[in-house]
Design a protein around this ligand. Structure first.
Ligand code: FAD
Length: 436
């Protein structure tokens, strides 16, 4: 055991476990950081391999030996109401930021699950509940404090180092260890949001697709499709059914929002309707995702359009006859996401109109191969309109070639140059094999 770290044997087991349970780091020691200085000294102490864990939602590759830096105690958030900004520490989840902003009538560009770490989400771009109105989370970063692999701290802004700032905003989590970040907040206390559950069918998916072509930017929506278990914890109307859950977040006038979403109620039988005005502090209700740690794998495509025939086939191959449980998640993009940000960054494939993700829980040891086969078949349906991949929506390690597909080739080269400059020996094991 080192003087600064803790032997893994003396740590509570859950210090090594993230939300993602498919993988587990096996470090020699764990540094549970209680300050940015702890992160600096952990990196300066030696040149052992190192990995960072916040909530563990995005864990991919695992560390074997070396030092794991856990940021889970660094959850501080300081709001500056006059500037409408928040300073967010390395381990803060979106719920920490949402709760800190709410008393000031301010909200962050957080995503579907408020337990996700705000820093890594933003480094990967960040497609949130207000995305079509305000753009990517990475488009609203003002300052990043990071530590390089020698333990040297750097404060990076668009003025101090425009190239490194551009690459950090959207270039993923391979560029040193971020100790804190200043981000913009937007004026917002409530949204009209929730889910409309209908029986899954090609007609429902295509109806949602057509409807997305008509909605203003205040509407950010997605559709999830899954076969729900026939269990008491599932609402009775949905038990054992193949369901399409249209997930809606409207940030304009609520009465107008109700009119905008009205055509969706004509798409089929509404099995369950949870749409209501909700405080943003309860924004988890929109996607209503599982908040219990588990093992999962996903892959995705960013596409320029959705082919109705492909949607129809997708319903069939991921439904009750699928060899493994598969959740389909399609998000409507465009709007502010498609516009260049005020300060340039490397967020990839802004022109994408939708993201298509397939996700499966890994319940049995042999599941991974079957899951990968099914996911490949499902996403091949969208090859004709494929633009690339989303880094954030890839759960489970990708190949280096797949990771590069998250950006335009020239931007992947810029990320590689910055990564090599900050971490010449490849000491930092990020969740994905980043360009270098
Ligand atoms: C249920 C669920 C919902 C999601 N919803 C959305 C969504 O709506 N929109 C969206 O864009 N994404 C979403 N994501 C994806 C999520 O943004 C990424 O998986 C993100 O990487 C998770 O970060 P984390 O800190 O929570 O996880 P962690 O696994 O702790 O971190 C992910 C990786 O980031 C690196 N890292 C973490 N902290 C730091 C740091 N301080 N400095 C440097 N590197 C660091 C580490 O390499 C780590 O492997 C979702 C993921 C899940 C599982």
């Amino acid at each position: 055991m080192s003087a600064r770290g803790h032997s893994v044997h003396s740590m509570p087991t859950d210090t090594l476990l993230g939300f993602q349970r498919a993988t587990r780091h096996e470090p020699d020691q764990v540094v549970v950081a209680r300050s940015a200085d702890d992160i600096r000294s952990a990196l300066a102490a030696d040149d052992l391999p190192v990995a960072v864990m916040s909530s563990g939602h995005g864990q991919g590759r695992v560390l074997d030996g070396g030092t794991l830096i856990s940021t889970r105690q660094l959850t501080g958030v300081t709001v500056d109401p006059a500037r409408k900004t928040a300073w967010v520490e390395a381990g803060a989840s979106w719920q920490h930021v949402v709760d800190a902003g709410a008393p000031h009538g301010l909200a962050p560009l957080s995503g579907s699950s408020p337990g996700v770490g705000a820093i890594s989400y933003t480094l990967g771009g960040g497609t949130g509940l207000l995305a079509r109105r305000h753009g990517f989370a990475a488009d609203h970063v003002r300052r990043i404090d990071l530590v390089d692999m020698t333990g040297t701290p750097h404060t990076v802004t668009a003025d101090s180092d425009p190239e490194l700032f551009a690459v950090l905003c959207g270039g993923g989590a391979g560029l040193g260890v971020v100790t804190g970040m200043e981000i913009d907040l937007v004026e917002l206390t409530t949204i009209l949001g929730g889910g409309l559950h209908l029986p899954a069918s090609p007609g429902v998916l295509d109806g949602w697709r057509r409807w997305t072509g008509t909605v203003p930017e205040e509407m950010t929506s997605a559709v999830a499709m899954l076969v729900l278990p026939d269990l008491p914890m599932v609402p009775e109307a949905l038990r054992g059914r193949h369901v399409a859950q249209v997930q809606l977040a409207w940030c304009g006038d609520p009465a107008e929002g109700r009119e905008v979403l009205a055509p969706l109620r004509e798409l089929g039988i509404i099995l369950r309707d949870t749409v209501r005005e909700i405080p943003f502090t309860e924004s988890a209700a929109v996607f209503d995702e599982p908040d219990r740690p588990h093992a999962y794998r996903s892959t995705n495509r960013l596409v320029s359009s959705l082919d109705p025939a492909a949607l129809g086939e997708l319903v069939g191959i991921t439904g009750p006859s699928a060899p493994v449980t598969t959740v389909v998640g399609i998000r409507h993009l465009g709007g502010a996401l498609a516009r260049p940000p005020a300060v340039p960054n490397v967020v990839g494939h802004r022109e994408a109109a939708y993201s298509v993700m397939v996700l499966s829980p890994l319940e049995e040891p042999g599941d991974a191969a079957v899951v990968e086969g099914l996911h490949d078949t499902a996403l091949t349906l969208f090859d004709d309109a494929g633009l690339g991949r989303s880094l954030n929506f890839s759960y489970g390690a990708m190949t280096p070639e797949q990771v590069r597909e998250c950006w335009a080739p020239a931007d992947a080269d810029r990320i590689a140059a910055a990564t090599t400059a900050i971490d010449p020996t490849g000491r930092l094991l990020s969740n994905q094999p980043m360009p270098r």
